[in-house]
Each structure stands twice: as structure tokens, then as C-alpha cells.
Design a protein around this ligand. Structure first.
Ligand SMILES: Cc1ncc(COP(=O)(O)O)c(C=O)c1O
Length: 369
């Protein structure tokens, strides 16, 4: 089976981890500090704070902004559940808005309609590697005095009018195994806010600035030097790997141009880093997916059940009417997308998609929507 994702781990990562292991200093230390400096530089922000995963990166920012019960946070349902979970952990309430049909990103034109006196923040998710409409989101947030927290967990290095994901508001990145760069598990917060950065450094380390001087209630959300050593190598490879992802996407675009499917779009002024290559194949999605799997193609669906339809969310009374989100959940397929995908493997994926779509073509027209 051609997998949907495969981490790009080679001898450099092995050597970097071995160095740390044999140094005797394996927990948070100088590799983490170096990784933070390098990531802040890469994103064009003042601070990067490394933590144990993307979920706590998000949650720590929300906690640092002082969110709590009674506060509302506007975000999307078409995302990995961690976006909403991180809001819920603080006691605040996620308020879901629908997405744009073409980009699968928050439909910024719908944000103002759901702002209430309790709204504190907007959380665009740069899903699949494309930055949301940050001009409109920043303008709305500015008008209403809202914080902007970018869920950039899937958007390492993506740009919007030349600026990097994670540099518009406060950013949260995941470094999970299948992400565009990885530390196996890990996360990063980006911010230009000196006070928030200082607070986050204490929060992730039991509230300690110096040993056993506990300034506040904190957690252990530290990253280890083992993880950071991997991350430093991965960061070196990020640009090359992004170019490779973009080349794979371009080849898919060409191969599917004559099919009744809708391939990803990249609005002017943005770069797509293709964490996923997601195709709208229409209402016969499940039959097409089954055929692809049969043909040895590890295609998948992100995400089959939107967050607002999960039982634990509905039990909280968080209802939303999100037809575009529902449509995306029922009509889309993500195809294998990783830098190590060989041309031969990609040809196999393309053949399988063409065959499956043609077989079920009667039901797959996206033009008729
Ligand atoms: C959009 C989004 N948000 C949040 C997360 C959570 O990151 P992590 O799995 O590192 O906790 C992920 C990662 O899977 C994600 O894709």
C-alpha cells in the first residue's frame, strides 16, 4: 500500500539523536533553545516556544490569553478535533463558522455575524497547508478587539503576501510524525508578545523560572533535546521538502485536469505547502475511496465527521449549521503526499484515481453542483 504520508527521516536525524543520547543531557536543554531561535527566525517572529505537541501549543496560548468559562472563541468545525478541544480545556466555548468551498478554510465573511460581547478570539486553521484570509481576519479582529490565534499545525512555511504562517497573530504548530516537519511528537508556539512568551516559558515548566522557585501554576509541557535535535535537521530540510510537495501537487493537478473533480486551489498572494492534497470527487466519494484502497493507494478522508457532529461536542449543546463543512466531509479524498513519494508511486496513484473516478463518473460531477 502506498501510504498517505511517510516521515522523511534519514541518517542526519539518527546522528543528531545519537549525539544527544550520548551527551547525557537528554531532556529540555540547548537543542530546544536553538530550535526555538531558529523557528522564530524562520517565521519572522520575536519568540518561539517549544512544547510537547500541537494540542498543548494551542491550549497554552489560550490559557495565556486568559480564556475561561463564559468566553467564546470563533473557529471552524472542518479541522482536527484538537483545535476545538484546546478551546474547551480552558472552559471557553468554541463557536463554529463555515468554510469556503474552494479553499476549505474559514469563511472570513461569516465571522462578524457570530461575534457577541463574549467573543474573545478568532482561530483560523491553516488547513492542509494553506493560510486563511488573514487580511480580512486581522481587520475583523482589530475592529472588535479580538485575539487571533493561528492553528498553523499543518502549515509550516506557508506564506500569505510574503508573511509566514504563525506571524499574523499567535501561532501554534504541530510537529507530529506526519507533519511537513516533525520531531516525532512536539509543538511550537510563535508570538511577538514578550509577556505572553515569558508566561508560556513558565507555564510549560511547572511555573519555574529558576529551579524550585514556582512563580505560578504550571504544567510539564516541555520538549526534549532528543526531539529538538530531530527538529533542527527537519528545519534544514523544510524548504527542499516543501518544493517537492509542490511539484507532486503540480503533477496531480495536470493529471486530473480533465476529470470531473476539483483539485486544491491557491488564491493569489499565497503559497500552499500541501500538507494534504485534497480532491473533491463528488457524492461517489466512498466508492472511489474503496477502489483506491483496493488498488493499493492509501488515500484517506480529512475529516469524515466534522467536529460539530462529534457526540461529545453535541452533548455540550454546541450546534451549528455548516453545509459547506458537511459537503467537504462527504465529498473529499486526500491522496498520498510526502516528499519521498517516488514518480513511480505517484503514477500508480494517478492511474488508480483516473480509473476509480471514471468508473463512478456518473455520480461524481462536481460541475453540476
Ligand atoms: C489542524 C490541527 N490542529 C491541531 C493539531 C494537534 O497537534 P498534535 O497532534 O501535535 O497535538 C493537529 C495535528 O494533528 C492539526 O492537524
Amino acid at each position: 500500500m502506498i501510504p498517505i504520508a511517510r516521515p522523511d527521516i534519514g541518517p542526519e536525524e539518527v546522528a543528531a539523536v545519537t549525539d544527544v543520547l550520548t551527551s547525557g543531557m537528554i531532556a529540555q536543554g540547548k537543542r530546544v533553545a536553538e530550535f526555538e531561535v531558529r523557528w522564530a527566525e524562520a517565521c519572522g517572529v520575536r519568540h518561539a516556544i517549544a512544547v510537547s505537541n500541537g494540542t498543548v501549543a494551542l491550549m497554552s496560548v489560550f490559557a495565556g490569553l486568559g480564556l475561561g468559562p463564559g468566553d467564546e472563541v470563533i473557529t471552524v468545525s472542518h479541522t482536527f478535533a484538537a483545535t476545538a478541544n484546546a478551546i474547551l480545556y480552558t472552559g471557553a466555548t468554541p463557536v463554529f463558522v463555515d468554510i469556503e468551498r474552494d479553499t476549505y478554510l474559514i469563511d472570513a465573511a461569516r465571522i462578524e455575524a457570530v461575534i457577541t460581547p463574549r467573543t474573545r478570539a478568532v482561530v483560523p486553521v491553516h488547513l492542509f497547508g494553506l493560510v486563511a484570509d488573514m487580511d480580512m481576519i486581522s481587520a475583523i479582529a482589530g475592529r472588535h478587539g479580538l485575539a487571533v490565534v493561528e492553528d498553523a499545525c499543518q502549515a509550516h512555511g506557508a506564506t500569505y503576501r510574503g508573511r509566514r504562517a504563525g506571524s499574523f497573530g499567535h501561532g501554534a504548530f504541530s510537529l507530529y510524525a506526519t507533519k511537513n516537519m516533525t520531531t516525532a511528537e512536539g509543538g511550537l508556539v510563535t508570538t511577538d508578545d514578550d509577556r505572553l512568551a515569558d508566561w508560556l516559558r513558565l507555564y510549560r515548566n511547572q511555573g519555574m523560572r529558576t529551579r524550585y522557585a514556582f512563580e505560578m501554576l504550571g504544567y510539564n509541557f516541555r520538549m526534549t533535546d532528543l526531539n529538538a535535535a530531530i527538529g533542527l535537521v527537519q528545519l534544514e530540510k523544510l524548504e527542499r521538502n516543501t518544493v517537492r510537495r509542490q511539484a507532486i501537487a503540480a503533477a496531480y493537478d495536470v493529471a486530473f485536469a480533465d476529470l470531473p473533480v476539483r483539485v486544491p486551489v491557491t488564491p493569489d498572494g499565497r503559497t500552499h505547502v500541501y500538507h494534504q492534497y485534497t480532491v473533491d470527487v463528488g457524492p461517489a466519494r466512498d466508492a472511489i475511496l474503496a477502489d483506491l484502497r483496493e488498488a493499493g493507494v492509501g488515500a484517506d478522508v480529512y475529516y469524515p465527521l466534522p467536529v460539530h457532529r462529534q457526540a461529545y461536542i453535541m452533548e455540550r449543546g454546541l450546534h451549528a449549521d455548516l453545509p459547506v463543512t458537511d459537503a467537504a466531509a462527504s465529498r473529499t479524498i486526500a491522496l498520498p503526499m510526502f516528499p519521498g513519494l517516488s514518480d513511480g508511486e505517484q503514477a500508480q496513484v494517478i492511474d488508480a484515481v483516473r480509473a476509480a473516478v471514471s468508473r463512478h463518473a456518473g455520480a461524481t460531477s462536481v460541475a453540476s453542483r
